[in-house]
Ligand binder design. Structure first.
Ligand code: IFM
Length: 454
């Protein structure tokens, strides 16, 4: 990424945009949207809402002083205002997640109608605004009642997820066409193998049953949606981080890390098997594949693959991540390196029989400054621009890309890192919750118009 100059204070204007605004060569029907997730924006977790506890409440109770999702962006109460804002931003599509404990407070059994109504109203508001909803069933907020039964280490949770997706399909399947099962299985399981995310169990040995149970959850969830209506479009979102070798001697380590952390999910869903290179380790770690499991996972089929992409990593021959000299990094320390997105997608295209791909998240955490009511977040704008360029190159090389969702529509709770890490196109004041479109939101709006003739 070339250095870009920040603008002085003043109103956004496309004419003086520091980052080019141009039409991209994307296929017809390509959608531009933005994404959020339930726990990161909703708030509304008090008893009056009927929502049950999620794994995040005990996680934050053990860490007093942390920012939490208690109010977050207060989206639960401000949803119509937010949808109006998304319309103002010119979004064609909006990717959101449903909170499992809001819909099923105990994770199974009784349904909270108030919770379901919230999502029905959200979808209705979106459609009235001309914005296509893309629903994700699970974005990391497991009902605590299920965690007490073992959470994702318990195979039964996968089955419960299927039941929950069936409830969602019955309630929303008449108005939502695009469905996603899980968001980022690799990160869901890191909440068990490390402390950084809920439930924070920090037990590396749990890895292999977790991989399998999450893949089963995808299978049960996808089948439940298809059983409701086979015409619905069902996918799963994985986060992918290309692992690049620092030199020739690091090639094996890089390949192994990619296979273990990322290809493990792609192979399961697209080939119906786990990569040979990691299978032994999985078996030694308690992997139990029952008859029919892999058929369920691959057989549920992916109508699309969602890819969340933020960074690449460079490793040495021991598989240790090494710093890249002169790398440009975001607020969370992730390297901005859009070229790796093109090469990763192209090599996936060679390796798999890839379904259509959506970039379901991509964005940059930047330490924004509100100056005179404006936020000149040129770096974020440039980040999105560079990644759209990278995607255009992937399309030119044969990748079937169908859409791009910026992460995130709003500044939100970056989990254990709190509210300081800001990824939003829209600034949210932490005291008043006032929303202010950043320059990147105006740029994104104008870029969408340039690409849709809007
Ligand atoms: O905020 C997260 C999101 O919940 C999942 N994908 C990565 C984002 C940035 O860390």
């Amino acid at each position: 990424m070339n250095k870009v100059k920040s603008r002085g204070s003043g109103r956004w204007s496309a004419e003086t945009s520091p980052v080019p605004l141009r039409p991209y060569k994307f296929p017809k029907g390509f959608v531009f949207g933005a994404a959020t997730s339930a726990y990161q924006i909703e708030g509304g977790i008090d008893a009056s809402t009927g929502r049950g506890r999620s794994i995040w409440e005990p996680y934050f109770e053990k860490r007093p002083g942390s920012d939490t999702g208690e109010i977050a962006c207060d989206h639960y109460n401000r949803m119509p205002e937010d949808v109006r804002l998304f319309k103002k931003m010119g979004l064609q599509a909006y990717r959101f997640s449903v909170s499992w404990p809001r819909v099923m407070p105990e994770g199974a059994g009784a349904v909270n109608d108030k919770g379901l109504d919230f999502y029905k109203r959200l979808v209705d508001e979106l459609q009235a605004a001309g914005i296509t909803p893309y629903l994700t069933g699970y974005h990391w907020d497991l009902p605590q009642a299920l965690e007490e039964l073992g959470g994702w280490t318990n195979r039964d949770t996968a089955k419960r997820f299927g039941d929950y997706m069936e409830i969602l399909a019955r309630a929303l399947g008449d108005r939502v066409q695009h469905w996603g099962t899980l968001n980022e299985p690799a990160v869901i399981l890191s909440g068990y193998t490390s402390e950084g995310l809920a439930p924070g169990r920090n037990d590396a040995k749990l890895w292999s049953p977790l991989v399998h149970n999450l893949m089963l959850a995808h299978g049960y969830g996808a089948c439940a949606v298809r059983a409701f209506n086979p015409e619905l479009i069902v996918g799963c979102t994985v986060n992918l981080v290309p692992i690049e070798p620092a030199n020739k001697s690091a090639r094996h380590a890089a390949r192994r890390m990619w296979q273990r952390d990322y290809a493990v999910f792609l192979d399961a869903m697209l080939k119906g098997e786990y990569p040979k290179i990691v299978l032994k380790e999985m078996e030694a770690n308690g992997l139990k594949i029952l008859p029919g499991d892999m058929e369920l996972i691959v057989g549920s089929g992916l109508d699309y693959l969602g890819v969340n992409w933020y960074l690449r990593l460079v490793v040495n021959r021991l598989g240790r991540v090494i710093p890249v000299p002169a790398a440009e990094i975001t607020q969370v320390g992730w390297e901005m390196h859009a070229e790796s997105l093109t090469s990763m997608l192209v090599s996936m295209q060679e390796e798999y029989d890839l379904p259509p791909v959506y970039i379901t998240e991509n964005g940059a955490a930047i330490d924004d400054k509100l100056v005179g009511g404006w936020i000149h977040d040129v770096v974020r704008m440039k980040y999105i621009h560079d990644h759209l360029n990278a995607l255009e190159s992937a399309v030119a090389r044969g990748v079937d890309l169908r859409g791009y969702f910026a992460w995130s529509a709003l500044d939100n709770l970056e989990w254990a890192s709190g509210f300081k890490m800001t990824f939003g196109l829209v600034h949210v004041d932490r005291m008043t919750r006032k929303r202010t479109m950043k320059d990147s939101a105006y740029w994104y709006r104008d870029m969408i118009a340039a690409n849709t003739g809007g």
